[in-house]
Write a protein that binds this ligand. Sequence first.
Ligand code: OAD
Length: 229
Amino acid sequence: MKKIVVLTGAGISAESGLSTFRDEDGLWEQHPVERVATHEAWERDPVYVNDFYNMLRGKLLAAKPNDGHRLVADLEKKYQVTVVTQNVDNLHEMAGSTHVIHLHGELMKVCSSRDVDNPHFIKTLTPDNLEVAPGEKAGDGSLLRPYIVFFGEAVPNIEKAAAEVMEADIMIIIGTSLAVYPAAGLMRFAKPGTPIYLIDPRPTVSAKQNLHVIAKGASEGMRELSAML
Ligand code: OAD
């Protein structure tokens, strides 16, 4: 079975009603990144940061996967598929994708602020218990924090993701401005000549050699690509 790696960004969830970050009216326009998504912001004002992620969880709860997510999940019928997502929502999983690597953390999880990746202290929130109260503690007594990779922090899953890209026969990139590293550099790990398809209505890179651009929304673009593959 051929292997496909799909790298996704906020654009694939835009059609589910979740805001992207850098488009007009994007999240960072309404909530400056330095107040809600940097390591310093968390250190300075954990209550404010915690509130922001509580708010995002409420929005996620109201969202459902769209055809873009579903068509990515459908690829598993014919290919070995790994989804590498920058998104912190769980819409790929809800659509049925079985192998998802989250590069920037997961909104529905919280963790220790002293030992972020220690699995003992990672807790999954449930729809009826979405909100983290200010001051709530993790199992090790430190403040419970969102399981989100803040700017200024390492991206622990990047090596795993790069290893997957190195083995890919086909790479698909959907709905990302490719502005944030190291995620944006992942396509460089593809073997020379590997076909790469980028689906984005406002692509930030142009087509060349093995890089094909489908300048459409996620659902429409995936419909077109699925028919082509
Ligand atoms: P951006 O907001 O930077 O980019 C969103 C991309 O989605 C843009 O290229 C849009 O053109 C595209 N887009 C908009 N509507 C679309 C649609 N219907 N279908 C397909 N694409 C569409 O979001 P990301 O690239 O995901 O990190 O941002 C990367 C990271 O920056 C995020 O993971 C987040 C942010 O800071 C953290 O929170 C750590």
